[in-house]
Design a protein around this ligand. Structure first.
Ligand code: AHM
Ligand code: MG
Length: 354
């Protein structure tokens, strides 16, 4: 618990997330107030999910719920809970017209209480990413992505509202439930990070204008799959381990296996996160709509690069809700280096999207 003096110092000095939203509303792409209310709803749901996660070790809510999600993976109880909490918060507050989630087979049409839904935004989310880490007390995260609908307002949302290119995103963010809880987001005007003060349940602007260090030294890849990687990826990993004083090699390997945490650390310290194509998962593991697009938007807004090894993530036209793509993201120079190995040695395996 913070001592009283420190508590007041922190709470007087830093802007709260609520204050930030109000003072920045005019710079949001469309400033009708609807997006601000939506981000406020996410803030609320994040606090509730945070509360549940923080007591996960105390009550018997960890472990597989028994359901198998659309990806064929066992759902953890907290996945289900986080999904329901975010969904219910957004539905109750009548703030979106549709929701798509990694934990739902299909998109959810949100109808207004007494009238046709007049809301303009759809939300896509991975409500609890890295959930296999919950049982072992390792950080997890929530990832979200917001678009303007393309179908007419007042009609039920359609799949096309969700299958938009990432460069159409209006806002994106993540919540990192780590040693502290942080909400990091962008509305296309840079990236800002807010840390939750659990004593009073308020997010404070702790990391204004976050930027990837251009030159990173960390690479985050699950090297256990080395044998299944494409030649370009193998060469990049060998490069990371070689001795070279000029560019400070060998680099440092760090892999938590929790995308939000790995990405967040690299954003602060400088590095590259890669979930590449493998012989077993030729399209990689991560989902374009719920994980890669929002992280890519944040990444670029923070001065980094995000690609599938060849193509910019935000330029990919999605073809299905649960589509997977290889994911390379982080400090510009490191991603460029990985891409150069992919282009040189694996260009015949470049993913094609139609
Ligand atoms: P999930 O959405 O089922 O939690 O899977 C995504 C997670 C990422 O957070 C993480 O980077 C990756 O899966 C780890 O996968 P692996 O165990 O194959 O390295
Ligand atoms: Mg996930």
């Amino acid at each position: 618990m913070l001592r009283t003096r420190e508590f007041f110092k922190m709470n007087n000095k830093h802007m709260t997330l609520g204050e930030f939203i109000i003072s920045n509303q005019k710079s949001f792409k469309y400033s009708s107030g609807e997006l601000s209310r939506l981000i406020n709803s996410i803030r609320l749901a994040a606090k509730v999910v945070n509360h549940e996660i923080r007591k996960a070790g105390l009550v018997d809510i960890t472990g597989a719920a028994g359901d198998i999600n659309v990806q064929g993976e066992a759902q953890q109880k907290l996945d289900v809970l986080a999904n329901n909490l975010f969904k219910q918060t957004l539905i109750n507050r009548e703030i979106v017209c549709g929701i798509a989630s990694e934990e739902e087979d299909d998109y959810v049409v949100v109808e207004g209480n007494n009238k046709a839904n007049e809301n303009k935004y759809v939300l896509l989310m991975d409500p609890l990413d890295g959930s296999s880490n919950i049982d072992v007390n390792v950080s997890v995260g929530t990832i979200f992505s917001i678009y303007r609908r393309v179908s007419p307002v007042g009609t039920p949302v359609t799949q096309e509202d969700f299958l938009q290119k990432g460069n159409e995103q209006v806002a994106a963010g993540y919540v990192a439930y780590g040693t502290s809880t942080m909400l990091v987001f962008t509305t296309g005007n840079g990236v800002n990070g807010f840390t939750l003060n659990p004593a009073i349940g308020t997010f404070y602007l702790s990391h204004p204008n976050m930027k990837f260090p251009e030159i990173g030294k960390i690479y985050s890849v699950s090297e256990g799959y080395f044998t299944h990687f494409q030649e370009g990826m193998k060469r990049f990993l060998i490069h990371c381990k070689e001795l070279n004083k000029e560019d400070n090699r060998p680099y440092t390997a760090r892999y938590i296996g929790s995308l939000v945490s790995d990405f967040h650390r690299n954003l602060i310290k400088g590095g590259v996160y890669i979930y590449p194509a493998t012989a077993i998962n030729p399209k990689g593991k991560l989902r374009l709509l719920y994980e890669c697009n929002p992280m890519a938007f944040i990444c670029e807004q923070a001065g980094g690069t995000a690609s599938d090894g060849f193509t910019r993530i935000l330029d990919i036209k999605p073809t299905e809700l649960h589509q997977r793509v290889p994911f390379y993201s982080g400090s510009k120079q490191l991603v460029a280096k990985a891409e150069s190995f992919m282009n040189e040695f694996s260009s015949d395996e470049k993913p094609v999207y139609e």
